[in-house]
Design a protein around this ligand. Structure first.
Ligand code: SF4
Length: 342
């Protein structure tokens, strides 16, 4: 995706227009000539266009719903943060393995909440409760927040907000490169900006609708030069022909782009490709032509919560992936911190 996301259709909860951001978005979309409709609740959009399920899914992925977040109780978000901060849900990307297909099942549309100040006030209460401990908030649990932030600037407000708190920290991850408006935010080192990266083959074949690798890496360079603590999630690590070379090349390119002084505080998270039986079903429905390898008989079964286990790589394959990825990281970024390999 080389152009920032523009929705094809926008729904508003009427009360969202009582908030400055709601009003601003309505004016913006009216000016752009984008169709807007009203909905009584952001939880239920009854008249989404489309004849078949496949059409409905595609249209939903380019539909924005502007609403008010009523529940200000945050979910936990272990291990990377204490809480998930709810600014948005859904994503315009079409990654074949996206976990939102199962977690957001019936609501693949993109939602943004306009009561940002109330959400930030709720975050402040969580910070107070845990003081003097640091409290971390993850903003990308249910969406790719950077992908829509050029429209809302909610993330920018949040970065400025956490920049001023003593004990609050923000983090998120993205597959998009539209970061320019975030570069002058007063982050104060309190926001860790992470990019999801992968071997070229994986991005080209399985991540339509997201930014190409070269653009993500360029954006990571900008973010590093703006002084943000930086991180990378290499996920899903996927075995394909020439994967060793593919992942090596990824690290070489990161090495070319990132300034030396950004390397002292950089984190890596590694997640091997996995799937569950319910996820496989949804992927095959939403992306019937995918080349994604989802053969249970080639994988190792790992028991999971609620009886739904995951299929991960065989032990010897996992060890090989780990050896290579750790090796590249140590060669190119010897001072980086590994958060986990899973
Ligand atoms: Fe899902 Fe992230 Fe891809 Fe969006 S960019 S479709 S959230 S994996």
């Amino acid at each position: 995706m080389n152009k920032p996301f523009t929705p094809q259709l926008v729904y508003f909860e009427p009360k969202a227009l009582d908030y400055p951001l709601g009003k601003e978005l309505k004016e913006k979309f009216d000016k752009l000539g984008i169709e807007t409709r009203f909905t009584t609740s952001h939880n239920q959009i009854r008249d989404l266009p489309g004849e078949t399920d496949a059409q409905k899914y595609r249209i939903a992925k380019s539909t924005l719903v502007v609403g008010i977040r009523k529940t200000l109780k945050f979910d936990t978000s272990k291990p990377s943060a204490e809480y998930a901060i709810p600014f948005a849900t859904g994503c315009m990307g079409h990654c074949h393995y996206c976990y939102l297909q199962t977690t957001m099942g019936a609501k693949p549309y993109i939602r943004t909440y306009v009561n940002v100040e109330e959400i930030l006030d709720a975050a402040d209460k969580y910070i107070e409760e845990r003081a003097p401990e640091i409290t971390r908030f993850e903003a990308a649990c249910t969406s790719d927040i950077v992908g829509i932030d050029h429209l809302t600037h909610t993330l920018k407000r949040a970065i400025n907000h956490f920049g001023q708190t003593e004990l609050g920290r923000l983090r998120f991850v993205t597959k998009f490169h539209y970061v320019d408006h975030l570069l002058d935010a007063a982050h104060n080192g309190h926001t860790r900006f992470r990019f999801s990266v992968n071997a070229d083959y994986v991005i080209k074949n399985f991540e339509p609708g997201t930014s190409p690798l070269a653009k993500r890496i360029e954006a990571a360079g900008k973010v590093a030069r703006a002084g943000y603590p930086l991180g990378f999630i290499v996920a899903p690590i996927y075995i394909h022909e020439g994967w060793e070379e593919g992942y090596r090349h990824l690290f070489e390119r990161l090495d070319e782009e990132l300034p030396q002084d950004a390397r002292e505080d950089i984190t890596f998270e590694f997640i091997q490709h996995r799937f569950t039986k319910p996820a496989k079903k949804v992927i095959e429905k939403n992306y019937p032509k995918t080349k994604l390898e989802l053969d249970e008989s080639k994988r190792r079964y790992k028991w999971g919560k609620y009886g739904i286990g995951k299929y991960i790589y065989q032990k010897d394959e996992e060890d090989e992936l780990k050896d290579h990825l750790y090796g590249y990281m140590e060669k190119f970024f010897p001072n980086a911190k590994i958060e986990y390999f899973t």
